[in-house]
Design a binder for this molecule. Structure first.
Ligand code: ADP
Ligand code: MG
Length: 361
């Protein structure tokens, strides 16, 4: 998963105890391995000794109140969601002493890993993954919940005898939709900026009011990446990536994938999801799914998985290296080659002129 199982992992919980493989937490959950970790805490595979089944246990590592509040909110949000593409929450507890969410264990691999290892994924897989994410998000949106961190690391893909299913995780930074919940608006207007720049909507970057159409944009970024190899905007720093989201137009799919052909309808739909103005995007996940379902045939994907996939680790995007190029810069080798050839031609021409000048003397 996000981080491979590591038997040696130990870390302090809110009580200062060590959480390591073999620990028994809350006199009930036996820690089996580390499944993943990110901004909000760690997720363990654990055995619920009471229910006699394996679960995923998300724990809070940090003592700061703001994180505790966010964690509490995540549990509350998740408990209101019931959808086949969202893990079921069994138990959520936050108190002065500890914080955890016990939830359905999803046996699968993060889309980020799958994409990195298997790009290009079969078109049918891309369609299934994106469609199921949209349905999960639609369910959340119907309840006034905006995910706000839709990205491949938060989409777990389960492969059951060739049929993919996904579960969308990590509602940790979700907020109530402003229009549906004025209280949520107040909380969100504190100006906190969360999320991963590769998938952040322009309005998130500008810390403006964010509604469900922000998730449409982020899902558009994921869709674009699955088809072309890279998210639409990859700057040399998080700031540059953010600036691209605000100001740049994405390359068309053919350019971005270095030559794969895509149907104009598909191109149009993805570019519509990536509109800077929320008003110009599909206005709901339902609208998006309807449009997707009307596309009979998505594209001819690239046949080889050349090195189009940059080594992006979405969970560590804050440490983007300077040499990670803008997706547009992936065209540079071609441009560089033609420029070199032009220089060579000019040099040869000058040499010929010089030689003929010498000969004629
Ligand atoms: N229910 C689950 N079942 C299995 N693995 C999970 C589950 N929830 C999360 N994970 C794994 O743990 C990682 C981190 O979980 P996530 O909820 O995204 O936390 P964070 O807020 O730290 O990013 C995920 O990317 C995924 O690999
Ligand atoms: Mg996450």
């Amino acid at each position: 998963m996000g981080k491979s199982d590591s038997a040696g992992t130990t870390t302090g919980d809110r009580l200062g105890r060590k959480i390591g493989v073999g620990s028994l937490l809350f006199e009930r959950y036996k820690i089996l391995s580390l499944l993943g970790e990110g901004g909000n805490g760690q997720v363990f595979r654990a055995r619920d000794e009471k229910e006699k089944k394996e679960i995923a246990l998300k724990t809070l590592l940090d003592l700061e109140d703001v994180q505790l509040a966010r964690f509490k909110q995540e549990g509350e949000i998740l408990q209101t969601l019931r959808h086949p593409n969202i893990p079921e929450i069994y138990h959520c507890q936050v108190s002065k002493n500890y914080a955890f969410i016990a939830m359905e264990l999803v046996e699968g691999i993060p889309l980020a890993t799958l994409h990195k290892e298997k790009y290009p994924l079969a078109l049918q897989t891309v369609r299934t993954v994106i469609r199921q994410c949209a349905l999960a998000l639609d369910h959340a949106h119907q309840k006034g919940i905006v995910h706000r961190d839709v990205k491949p690391a938060n989409i777990i893909v389960i492969t059951d005898s060739g049929n993919e299913r996904i579960k969308l995780v990590d509602f940790g930074i979700a907020r109530m939709d402003y229009s549906a919940n004025p209280e949520g608006r107040r909380i969100s207007l504190t100006g906190d900026i969360f999320g991963t720049p590769y998938y952040m909507s322009p309005e998130q970057i500008e810390a403006m009011a964010v509604d469900s159409r922000s998730d449409v944009y982020s899902l558009g970024c994921v869709f674009y990446e699955l088809l072309t190899g890279s998210p639409p905007f990859v700057g040399s720093s998080p700031f540059e990536t953010a600036a691209f989201h605000l100001n740049e137009k994405p390359l068309n799919l053919k350019e971005a994938s270095l030559g794969a052909t895509f149907t104009p309808d598909l191109e149009q739909l993805i570019l519509k999801m990536l509109e800077k103005s929320p008003d110009k995007r599909p206005q709901s996940m339902q609208e998006f799914v309807e449009a997707l379902d009307q596309l009979p045939n998505l594209s001819d994907l690239p046949t080889s998985s050349e090195t189009l996939v940059p080594d992006l680790n979405p969970e560590q995007n804050q440490e983007q290296e300077v040499d990670r190029s803008d997706s547009r810069q992936r065209l540079h080798p071609l441009i560089a080659t033609s420029t070199t050839l032009l220089y060579l031609a000019v040099i040869v021409l000058l040499l010929i002129l010089a030689i003929s000048a010498v000969m004629s003397q």
